[in-house]
Design a protein around this ligand. Structure first.
Ligand code: GLP
Length: 246
């Protein structure tokens, strides 16, 4: 694992945007796996800036988002569709046909999961997967479990995730109880992985991810078996690590 610890959220976001930018410059038809949550916000701002400055071109880029809530409409401002449109897609020249986000309103959710997984494979697999990490170690919405769920699936969100995500909703009763998520299998098949974490509330989980045992109770720990993972964190999230702050 390549671990980069930056003093501030701004710097870590710039570094993450630089890695994604380099991927797109080297392979203009890159397949990017994208994440939501508050952490990648600065990274997306950085990518938009590079696009506006004429340095990046997203015309041939394809994207697959990790997850989406079940039961909320694309136009709902809490949906991950809305987040992605608002913070990235509406601000760059990506082709709408190249954007993929699971449909949490599909009539047949199981079918939607299988089709999503197939579509990633048919596109040639993900070149670079961006990830955040939940306080409980989840990636995408792969929650702590007794096994690593490999395939794209429907997940019942844990109480701690509902609580953590309640900050985006008017009240915790409004947080959807389930979601569609790419499984750890699709994530692990990505050729490169970039995981971001920011803030002191992530310090323990980041420490466990780096030094703890690989176990399904900490889904992110499976990344230790991947051969091209970069972790970019700020100094607060890296408080439990021995590495030097850049
Ligand atoms: C949600 C998303 C995850 C994300 C996590 C952390 O649960 N499904 O993909 O990593 O939140 O969010 P944040 O970056 O806001 O801490």
């Amino acid at each position: 694992m390549n671990i980069l610890i930056y003093e501030t959220y701004e710097k870590m976001s710039q570094a993450a945007a630089a890695i994604i930018a380099a991927q797109v410059l080297a392979k203009p038809d890159s397949i990017l796996g994208l994440a939501t949550g508050s952490t990648p916000f600065g990274t997306y701002t950085g990518l938009v800036k590079l696009y506006k400055e004429g340095i990046l071109d997203f015309k041939r880029v394809k994207t697959f988002n990790l997850d989406e809530y079940v039961g909320i409409d694309k136009s709902d401002d809490q949906s991950y569709h809305f987040f992605m449109m608002e913070n990235l897609f509406s601000k760059i020249n990506i082709n709408a046909r190249n954007i993929n986000i699971p449909n949490g309103l599909a009539n047949d959710l199981e079918k939607e999961c299988a089709a999503y997984e197939k579509k990633i494979d048919a596109a040639g697999g993900i070149d670079l997967q961006l990830l955040g990490i939940g306080n409980n170690g989840h990636i995408g919405f792969n929650e702590p479990d007794v096994h690593f769920p490999a395939a794209t699936h429907i997940v019942e969100l844990s109480e701690s995730t509902i609580e953590a995500n309640a900050r985006f909703f008017p009240d915790s009763g409004k947080v959807p109880r389930s979601a569609i998520t790419m499984g750890t299998g699709a994530i692990m098949k990505s050729r490169r992985i970039l995981l971001l974490a920011s803030g002191g509330q992530k310090a323990d989980v980041v420490k466990e991810l780096v030094y703890g045992e690989v176990r399904p109770q900490l889904p992110a720990s499976i990344l230790r078996f991947h051969n091209d993972v970069t972790i970019i964190i700020d100094s607060e999230a890296g408080a439990g690590l021995h590495g030097k702050v850049i």
